[in-house]
Design a protein around this ligand. Structure first.
Ligand SMILES: C[S@@+](CC[C@H](N)C(=O)[O-])C[C@H]1O[C@@H](n2cnc3c(N)ncnc32)[C@H](O)[C@@H]1O
Length: 344
């Protein structure tokens, strides 16, 4: 291995539901040539934006969930700042306290003493010296919280969580103890620290992160490509339910589910029409979707053809890894590659 390969930046363990990690080569090899900037409008766990940065693009990221924009801010927009010993002392100093998590989520998602630790770390993260460091710390706390949570999502009830965190029960039932659910937040944080720090790199380009409803940004941003990876309607796609707790941890208050969430079958055709009617700033529109979702490929083509007559769809068999579901259905992943003739 030469030194370039040793230093090659690599995407850390994020474990985002609906991520595109296993599709990256297929997807990037299919992107139009001669493009240098990309707007990852539904960035989720940032697998696409990170790979785009690795491949030399200037990346603009957005997600409606604040925790996802912290990830993009820490790993994509940030090109230089990492967490050092002093920062760790800041994060892990002091006594656990009874704050937002303790009051609202003791024996809802975590044990009371764990909530108090989270409350201490949350308070301490605010003391870090830069916004990039704070985002990196939130990304690592996120990772620790996800590791301790059965099925890696925050829409399970406490009885279920307690049972799945019972190592004897887990061993008897699944032949796996899953002891990592009972490891401390700090231990998870420290285990991933060098991986997350090592993922920060500079590709010589400028990057920008947003945390907004995509519909507010479409006329404000310019890029060669807009990459659209919305929740797939009709599939397991309750992103507020999965990860809203992380946003509440950041905001220190209860939050309502967001709208324009691509979940409602009744309004989804209108929402897609609204999306494609607003993409005039971008040369290419790239959409990910699959055959298990609604609307169908044909219906999507019908909507998109109102705005462009240059549409190509490529397909690849792909199963999303869904923990907690016994059966995986056979899926075909679609990539719609659309040219905006209005910008020719
Ligand atoms: C399929 S996931 C994206 C996965 C991502 N490409 C990855 O590799 O991890 C869809 C994302 O869309 C976000 N989202 C849903 N509605 C949105 C909206 N109106 N504006 C911006 N983001 C939205 C969700 O929070 C979720 O993270």
């Amino acid at each position: 291995m030469n030194s370039k390969m040793i230093n090659e930046p690599s995407y850390p363990k994020v474990n985002y539901i609906g991520n595109k990690e296993k599709l990256l080569d297929w997807l990037f090899d299919s992107l139009p040539k001669g493009t240098t900037s990309i707007f990852d409008a539904f960035s989720g766990g940032s697998s696409i934006g990170y790979e785009a940065k690795r491949r030399g693009y200037s990346v603009i990221s957005n997600d409606i969930l604040s925790i996802n924009s912290k990830l993009a801010h820490a790993l994509i927009e940030n090109s230089t700042e990492t967490l050092d010993k002093k920062d760790l002392d800041t994060i892990f100093t002091g006594e656990p306290l009874k704050g937002f998590m303790y009051k609202n989520y003791s024996e809802v998602f975590f044990f009371p003493d764990e909530c108090m630790e989270l409350d201490l770390y949350r308070k301490n993260i605010d003391k870090l010296s830069s916004e990039y460091k704070k985002s990196l710390a939130f990304s690592l706390i996120r990772r620790a919280m996800i590791r301790k949570m059965p099925y890696s999502r925050f829409n399970l009830n406490w009885d279920n969580i307690k049972q799945l965190r019972d190592e004897e029960y887990s061993y008897e039932k699944y032949k796996r103890r899953r002891a990592y659910h009972n490891e401390s937040f700090k231990s998870h944080f420290m285990k991933e620290l060098s991986v997350y720090n090592g993922a920060v790199f500079d590709n010589g380009k400028h990057h920008k992160t947003y945390n907004d409803d995509v519909f507010y940004l479409l006329d404000k941003i310019h890029a060669d490509i807009i990459y659209l990876d919305p929740p797939y309607t009709g599939t397991m796609n309750n992103y507020h339910g999965f990860y809203g707790l992380l946003d509440e941890y950041i905001a220190q208050k209860k939050l309502e589910p967001f709208s324009n969430n691509f979940r409602d079958k009744k309004s989804i055709l209108e929402l897609f029409d609204k999306l494609f009617s607003n993409l005039s700033n971008f040369k290419y529109w790239i959409l990910s979707y699959n055959n298990g979702a609604y609307p169908s490929k044909e219906e999507l083509i019908e909507i998109i053809s109102r705005y462009s007559d240059d549409i190509e769809v490529i397909e690849k068999p792909h199963n999303y890894q869904i923990t907690g579901k016994a059966k995986k259905s056979k899926n075909m992943e679609y990539l719609f590659i659309i040219k905006n003739r209005g910008l020719e």
